[in-house]
Write a protein that binds this ligand. Structure first.
Ligand code: ATP
Ligand code: MG
Length: 560
């Protein structure tokens, strides 16, 4: 496939158009992008958009995409996050090959360049406190005020900067600032901070450094060192671009990357800020970063979402230059579409109700054939045992049904999938009046699910044999937030108290229990489910990846 057709197939957007034009005009011989996460949390679905964009462009245009950890703030960064980020990028289906980098690899070079800026009069050490600096920065309508240290001699700044590096001063005592313009309309150009003092141990450089570069200073220069051609980031960095370019212009960097901004992903019923996600974990609102209710890649994975569904979702939403909010239903659609195609069908009874088939011989068991995928004959069939004692779904029975209820009730006949027609002849209740068992009869002439006399039933129900099925716990996940736009500032108030429902007494087919698979299965009429890592041999646990879209219509209408 040529680069051209590959790009067209993958869909066009304004960034891909720029890349194509830069190749056509020979501005670049090859394309180099990068995905630059800060290792201060797990990746989420928004990052997936950025990953697919950066790695996707590299693939489509025969370029390279670097994975670079933006590890410039040792107080927030951890090895656990570095490891999880690598695992998650791989899980999504992308690979950086040998191009794994850390901004901390460049600390020495960045420091040398900072000395150069001081020598050239483009930077100075400021002794003001953080508050003083913030206060004198001005506002959108008012210019800032020059620092009293702005014009200190170069040698003095150089000496102080070296002593900052040597660890002579406490945190916050001084900073290195670029000397640009305190009256600039763009606040990012009002003498931004390039280095701050921070006595903290870094996961990679240990205690070697007592000063750390700011994001703005480290980022563009890291791009330049790595020869990044297109530095793609989210819109909130648009106002930082003049600073990005100012620094590249003032420093003897080996290349001049260009920054392009696109709209970040926002999803309804979801918060994608790392600050919020960290709090959800730390405050115990969820079980961890990989809790299936989390919008993290690890959460989606544990929930059973296939990486192909995430890639398809990201492709469908496209890349735009204006912020918007995507309906979470779009993600769910992509998940269902992928799983409907790929997942094998099985039967599970989430809320079991016991059924005794009174005219089925005691002790007899027969094997019935069940198909694994209705649209894919190559997926084959499997055997399900049928006997005198079965389980059906509690919801599939009503003693006094309303008019439109076509499933099992006293006197009505229904089909048990792959098995027989049955009729309910009796209801057994406990002392509290709760139904604990049904008595039914079956018609031996309807084996396989069809009556020789052509009579029809209005519902087909799933079921399981009582003896030849296994107990299981099933976890049903609902939206973590109640509102389409949860309040990031006070998210706890918007948390859905029913986001996790545990069905402790479910039953699953033996064929489910016997495979060790991490593949997602469709439990017929219920949705898509995947085995959870909490499973033990004597107690299987399943996560519901997602329900079937038209559950309601199916349940009410039956299948006849
Ligand atoms: P925070 O959520 O606190 O703003 P962050 O998610 O931006 O932090 P980074 O680790 O810096 O944290 O993100 C790495 C890359 O992913 C950046 O290039 C960033 O622009 C991109 N990114 C982050 N969130 C989204 C999002 N919702 N949609 C698209 N890209 C995103
Ligand atoms: Mg960020």
């Amino acid at each position: 496939m040529t680069t051209e057709t590959a790009a067209a197939e993958a869909g066009r957007d304004f960034i891909r158009d720029i890349v194509q034009a830069d190749l056509d005009s020979k501005k670049h011989k090859g394309i180099v992008t990068r995905f630059p996460p800060e290792p201060n949390g797990y990746l989420h679905i928004g990052h997936a958009k950025s990953i697919a964009l950066n790695f996707g462009i590299a693939q489509e245009f025969a370029g390279r995409c670097h994975l670079r950890f933006d590890d410039t703030n040792p107080t927030k960064e951890e090895q656990e996050y570095i490891d999880s980020i690598q695992a998650d990028v791989h899980w999504l289906g992308y690979d950086w090959g040998t191009d794994l980098y850390y901004a901390s690899d460049y600390f020495e070079q960045l420091y040398d360049w900072a000395e150069g800026l001081i020598r050239d009069g483009h930077a100075y050490v400021d002794d003001q406190s953080q508050e003083e600096i913030r206060f004198s920065r001005g506002t959108l309508t008012e210019p800032g005020k020059n620092s009293p240290f702005r014009d200190r001699p170069v040698d003095e700044s150089l000496d102080l900067f070296r002593r900052m590096k040597a660890g002579e001063f406490p945190n916050g005592a001084r900073v290195l600032r670029a000397r640009i313009d305190m009256a600039a309309g763009n606040i990012n150009l009002r003498d931004p901070v390039l280095y701050r003092i921070l006595h903290a141990e870094h996961p990679r450089t240990g205690t070697k450094w007592s000063i750390y570069p700011s994001y703005d200073y480290a980022h563009g220069q890291s791009d330049a060192i790595e020869g990044i051609t297109h530095s793609i980031c989210t819109l909130e960095f648009e106002d930082h671009r003049p600073l990005y370019e100012w620094l590249l212009d003032k420093l003897p960097v080996p290349s001049k990357p260009r920054q392009y901004e696109f709209a970040r992903l926002n999803l309804t019923y979801t918060l994608l800020s790392k600050r919020v996600l960290t709090q959800l974990v730390r405050e115990g609102h969820v079980a961890g970063w990989d809790d299936p209710r989390m919008p993290t890649i690890a959460g989606l994975k544990r929930r059973g979402v296939p990486p192909a569904a995430v890639r398809e979702f990201v492709k469908r939403i496209g890349v735009a230059k204006a912020n918007s909010v995507v309906d979470v239903g779009m993600l769910e659609f992509c998940i269902r579409e992928e799983l409907n195609r790929t997942s094998l069908r099985r039967m599970a009874v989430l809320r079991p109700l016991k059924v005794v088939i009174e005219n089925y011989p005691e002790g007899q068991v027969e094997e019935l054939e069940a198909i694994n995928h209705p649209d894919d004959p190559t997926a084959g069939t499997r055997k399900i045992a049928f006997g005198r004692e079965l389980y059906i779904e509690r919801d599939d029975f009503m003693e006094n049904p309303p008019k439109k209820f076509f499933r099992l009730s006293p006197g009505t006949e229904v089909r048990l999938r792959y098995a027989y027609f049955i009729k309910c002849t009796g209801v057994i209740k406990d002392a509290a009046g709760e139904i604990v068992e049904l008595r039914c009869t079956y018609d031996p002439a309807t084996k396989g699910g069809n009556a020789p006399d052509g009579r029809k039933v209005k519902a087909t129900m799933h079921w399981l044999p009582a003896a030849q099925s296994r107990p299981a716990e099933i976890r049903i996940y609902n939206q973590l937030f109640l509102k389409p736009s949860p309040d990031a500032g006070n998210f706890a108030a918007d948390i859905n108290p029913q986001s996790l429902e545990i069905l402790a007494d479910a039953r699953v087919e033996n064929a489910i229990a016997e495979t060790n698979s991490s593949d997602v299965m469709q439990f017929e009429r219920q949705g898509y489910f995947v085995r959870d890592a909490d499973s033990r041999p004597d107690r299987l646990v399943f996560n519901r990846t997602i329900g079937l879209r038209d559950t309601f219509a199916k349940e009410v209408g039956g299948k006849g």
